[in-house]
Write a protein that binds this ligand. Sequence first.
Ligand code: ATP
Ligand code: MG
Length: 259
Amino acid sequence: MTLLVARGLTKTYPGARRIRALDDVSFEIAPGETLGLIGPSGCGKSTLARVLTRLTEPDAGTIRFGGQDWGALKGRALRRARGAMQMVFQDPGAAFHPRATVAGALCEPLRLHAIAPRSDWPDHVELLLTQVGLSPELAPRPLSALSGGQRQRVAIARAIAPRPKLIVLDEAVSALDASVRARVLDLLAQLQRDMGLAYLFVSHDLAVTRALSHRIAVMEAGRIVETGPAEALLAAPRTEILRRLIAAVPTIHTEKVPS
Ligand SMILES: Nc1ncnc2c1ncn2[C@@H]1O[C@H](COP(=O)(O)OP(=O)(O)OP(=O)(O)O)[C@@H](O)[C@H]1O
Ligand SMILES: [Mg+2]
């Protein structure tokens, strides 16, 4: 069964240039699968992430998610359903109130999605921190005292709190140093195995996308121009844009050369 089916998503931003950020975009995501979404800056990746998570309304198109007409949900029904699709953004700071504590940030989804009675929140916070590889001792700390990698782990903990089926990750590891990034990618893979999560993994970095993705969709100027199983797609790129993205990653074409 398919978890998410997007059909014909189209979005033009108003204004003098009338940019068509999404142009008839269709794709599917299976339960427990990572779909990597790759493409150059400005091709519409974040717009697609925002349309899926219902932060931006498309001009046209449909989204079915978990058997529901996701794109048609409104008000209370949407708020109630939202726990099933969570999002993690690039900037670990921007998603949080500047003076929020780690525990405060993690209690928010517990309250919002009525996951547990208030008296159980401290236990939930401890469990969530453990799940993302952080010490429960961080709970009372302000988020501003954490490193970028730790903050992104808190963002991931917050996203898994409502036990979602899909997490949309928009450049979620792009701001991290290489070694921290590798460990956060490991965490994402482990959470996927443990919780059966699906990811839409949005990135402009093909090496990072390849590490996590089962399938990859390539976007250019608002359209998905190529899609397929990750390794097969990279082994035989059909579009110029994908060839260029591959050429920009030295490790991909040197890796298979015997040493
Ligand atoms: N709120 C907005 N109003 C007007 N135009 C917008 C808005 N958001 C994005 N755009 C334009 O829509 C196009 C797609 O932008 P989007 O942010 O979705 O691209 P992206 O692939 O995420 O890029 P990046 O890799 O730089 O994050 C771009 O031309 C962008 O300038
Ligand atoms: Mg973007």
